[in-house]
Design a protein. Sequence first.
Length: 482
Amino acid sequence: MLDEIPRPGLWKKLLLGAALVIFASAGATAVAAFHEVDKVVEALDQSPSLKLKGLADTDPGEPQTLMILGSDRRPKNNVEGGSGARSDTIMLVRLDPDKDATSLMSLPRDLKVRIPGHGTDKINAAYELGGPRLTLKTVKQLTGLSINHVINVTFGGFWRAVNAIGCVYADIDRRYFNDNPLYAPIDVQPGYQRLCARKALQYVRFRHEDNDLVRSARQQDFLRQTKQQVNYTDLLGKRDRLVRIFGKNTTTDSGLRDRAEVLRLLKLAVFSAGRPIHEVHFEGLIGPSYVEASDSRVKKLAQEFLHGKDTPGPRGELKEKRREQRPKRKRLPSVGSLGLEDATDLGRDQAVQAVEQGAGKTLPVLFPTLRTTGAYYAGPPRVYKIRADGKAYGAYRMVLSRSLAGEYYGVQGTTWKDPPILGDTSEERKIGRRTYELHYDGDRLRLVAWHTSRASYWISNTLLQTLTEGQMMAIARSTRAL
C-alpha cells in the first residue's frame, strides 16, 4: 500500500512553493536579481540559522536536494530537541537542471525507522528528540541521499501565504465536518469553491477520518491547484509580502545566509519554475502503529526521486472498509468489464433534489446513469454559488463514495465557463455531440470536463485517482439532463 506525507504536510509545501516563488521572482530580470537576493538573505537573517552537520556541498549549476520540515514551532535555539514541537512533514525536493521536472518525495510521519542513538521509532520522533539535526541524520541514513539544504517552516505561515496569493479555488471531494473537541474543528462543504486562510488550513490538515495516504493525496491536490492558479505576473507583484512571510516563518541552514548560495538556488528555481512536478509516492505497509518499508524499497524510491520519475498508477490502494453504516441497496446490473453498474434511478433522484433546491434556475442539471460498482451517493447534492470576479455563479455537486476511507468522486456543474481548474487541458476528445477535455496527472485521468452553451461540467476522480480512464470516460458519457 502507498503512503505519503502527514497532517500539515501541504502547508509546509505551500510555504516551500512560496520560497521557490520568491527565488524565481527574484530572477525575473537580470537587473533586479541581485537586489532581490539581498531581500531574501535579509529575510532569512530574521532568525538564527539551523546548526547542522553533514550537508553536501553545492556547485554552480549542479542539482540540489532540499529537505523541508514542517513543524508547529521553531526548534529550541534552532539546534537540538524540538521541546515538544512536532515535525508533521518531512519532504525532499530535487532541483535538477538536467531533468524535465522537479522531484518531490514525502516521508510518512509514522514511518518505522532507526533513529541514530535512539533505536527504532516513528520518523517524526527524530525531530522531537533532536530537532532538524537528528532528522537530517535519520533521513540520510534511511535514503542514502545527499542533502544540500534544510528549510524548517513553521505552521503559522500557511494561512498567511494562502491569503497573500489571493486564496485558492479548490475542488473539494466531499463534506469535511468535525465539532469534536478532540480534533480540529472544520466545516467545509463539497464542490468547487474558494478557500482562504484558516479554512484552507483546516482542509489540508484534516485527519479525523483519513489515513496518511489519503491526507497526503489531498494536500498534493491542493498544492497542484495552487500552482495552477497563481500566475508569474501576480507573484512578481506580491513577492515582497511573500518574502516577509517566508522570513518570519522559516529557519534554514547557515548556507542559505550566503548571498552567493542563495543566488545559486535562485538560478535553479528559475530554471525549474516552468517545469512540472513529479511526485514519488512513498510505498509502504500501513499498520496499526507504523508505516513500514524495507530498506531495498526505500532505496528504490530514492533512485526514482533522483531521476525525476513519476510513480505510475493510482496514488494508492485502500482495502479497509469505512466504519460508517453503508446504505442498503439492490444489486444493479454491471456494465461490461469496467467495474460499473447502472444507477439511472439513483442519479435521477439526485438531479430532482438539486432542481428542488433551485439548481435548475441557473443551469441544466446533468446526472450520471452509471457509477462504480458498490458506490453510493454520500448524501443529497449541494446547490450553491461560486463567487469569483465579483460575480456569483450557479453550481451544484453530487458526491459518490466508494465505501473506502477517503474514496469519493463527484459530478460538478457550474455556470462559470472558465474556472481555473479547467485551465490545463491535456487532450481534447470529441465523442458524439460533446467535446471532452481530459486532464491528466501523470498517467492517471484526473478530471473529464465538457461545456454547453450555458454551463461547464466535470467528473472528478478520487483523491487517490483510483478510477480508471475507461470508468471516468464512461461515467462522463453517461450523464444526461433531467
